[in-house]
Design a protein around this ligand. Structure first.
Ligand SMILES: [Mg+2]
Length: 423
């Protein structure tokens, strides 16, 4: 049976989440900023039309934002994550096989759905997601994941498709591919674009027609698969179970520079807490941790960067123990007299928790610690993050990121639920 994939992509996802709870934003230019209100990470169509580019620092647009009364939001991750889950749960009603590809994208397998008119089916998916979650989506359909991605790009570009395009056996297939920049083909990116352009390959069609052997030599097996996929042979399968992460990291810029060791320890402790939560969530332990601190390289002041790492005697995911290790390292690398702007922790050598090699001469509280962490995670899942936390992570968290334009967590906090006033 021939494979059929659909790529579902939420339109301007973060902005769309804000719009669901604030219909007044309809038709207005809206942007969402990254951590610390730094760069533009989502734009409404109206903001795109003003020429606001993705990833650009917001301060560069200060005048433009003001002139056009652009509505600006700080990133509201709890809201976006919850809305994403709602969209994914809705999509799961339409196929037994799907891969959640990112916070706002999913691949659906429609293999064997041939008795249905796929365009109609996709339109009903789109309608249901909009009705149940308020989020607008675009759907691209094709015989391979790469072509499904391409179809969704095309559907976004041209309003005639009404956000749904099936590229399988399309009469203008080659013309459609010719209208796609080679850089926009899934898996090609900016680096290969330069290389391909040097060899007169500018569009997806030209890449599709490139000699396979030459591609394999110059773009490895990944490029080879991409070209085969453009030709309609499915090489990249659906990954229904996300692979456990091999490295976990938690790093942040501070809303306000930190000078004291105590505050630095506090910040790092809360990053360690977050990263070890992720570890436990995927049932793994870490055998290696690295902690780093740095000043602000964009400021004209004394600069200092340093990091230290430790190989753990017994791999663990126990928060307190990991915080202790980091604190010892911070004692060593911290230097007074600097304004620290960023810190982070990186876990490496991650292995499944049931593969721990115990130490012959060390007493281990493995079971007790595991039970404790399980309870902590349970409470925090049920009652919200940091309901219970290590005291060393601090209470006031003065270093917390700047989020001056934050919307409410409408869907995950009772006290922030939307209030409708009827007069
Ligand atoms: Mg998107």
């Amino acid at each position: 049976m021939k494979d059929i994939f659909a790529l579902v992509d939420c339109n301007n996802f973060y902005v769309s989440c804000e719009k669901v709870f604030n219909p007044k934003l309809d038709g207005k230019p809206v942007v969402v900023l990254s951590n610390n209100d730094g760069c533009v990470i989502a734009r409404s169509n109206e903001a795109k039309a003003l020429g606001i580019k993705m990833g650009f620092p917001a301060f560069k647009y200060k005048d433009l934002l003001k002139k056009h009364s652009v509505v600006v939001y700080s990133t509201n991750y709890p809201l976006y994550a919850d809305m994403s889950q709602r969209v994914m749960n809705t999509l799961a009603q339409f196929t037994p096989n799907m891969e959640i590809y990112s916070i706002d994208e999913a691949f659906l397998s429609l293999t064997g759905f041939t008795s249905k008119n796929l365009i109609d089916y996709a339109k009903s998916i789109k309608g249901t997601v909009k009705k149940w979650t308020g989020i607008p989506i675009t759907i691209g359909i094709g015989p391979t994941k790469t072509l499904a991605k391409t179809a969704s790009k095309l559907a976004k570009k041209d309003p005639q498709y009404d956000s749904v395009l099936d590229i399988t056996n399309h009469p203008n297939f080659d013309n459609l591919l010719d209208s796609i920049d080679v850089e926009d083909v899934w898996g090609v990116g900016r680096q290969y674009k330069k290389f391909l352009n040097r060899h007169d390959i500018y569009t997806a069609l030209q890449l599709k027609n490139a000699p396979l052997e030459w591609i394999k030599t110059n773009m490895t097996v990944v490029g080879f698969r991409t070209v085969k996929e453009l030709r309609g042979t499915s090489c990249i399968t659906l990954e229904e179970i996300p692979a456990a992460k091999k490295g976990i990291m938690c790093t942040r810029s501070f809303g306000k520079a930190i000078e004291s060791l105590e505050e630095l320890k506090e910040a790092v402790a809360s990053f360690v807490s977050r990263a070890s939560e992720k570890l436990r969530d995927q049932h793994s332990v870490t055998s290696f941790i690295q902690v780093f601190i740095m000043t602000n390289p964009f400021k004209d002041e004394h600069q200092y960067v340093n990091s230290a790492s430790v190989r753990l005697p017994i791999p663990t995911s126990y928060t307190s123990e990991l915080i202790n290790h980091c604190n010892q390292k911070l004692d060593i690398i911290y230097k007074p007299g600097y304004l620290y702007k960023k810190a982070g922790v990186i876990f490496d050598g991650i292995i499944p928790e049931d593969k721990i090699q115990l130490h012959l001469f060390r007493k281990s509280d493995l079971d007790r610690n595991r039970k404790l962490m399980k309870t902590v995670d349970y409470i925090n899942t049920k009652w919200g993050r940091n309901t219970i936390q290590c005291a060393s992570s601090g209470i006031q968290k003065k270093w917390k990121m700047r989020q001056s334009k934050l919307s409410s967590r409408f869907t995950t906090r009772w006290n922030e639920i939307l209030v409708v006033k009827v007069s």
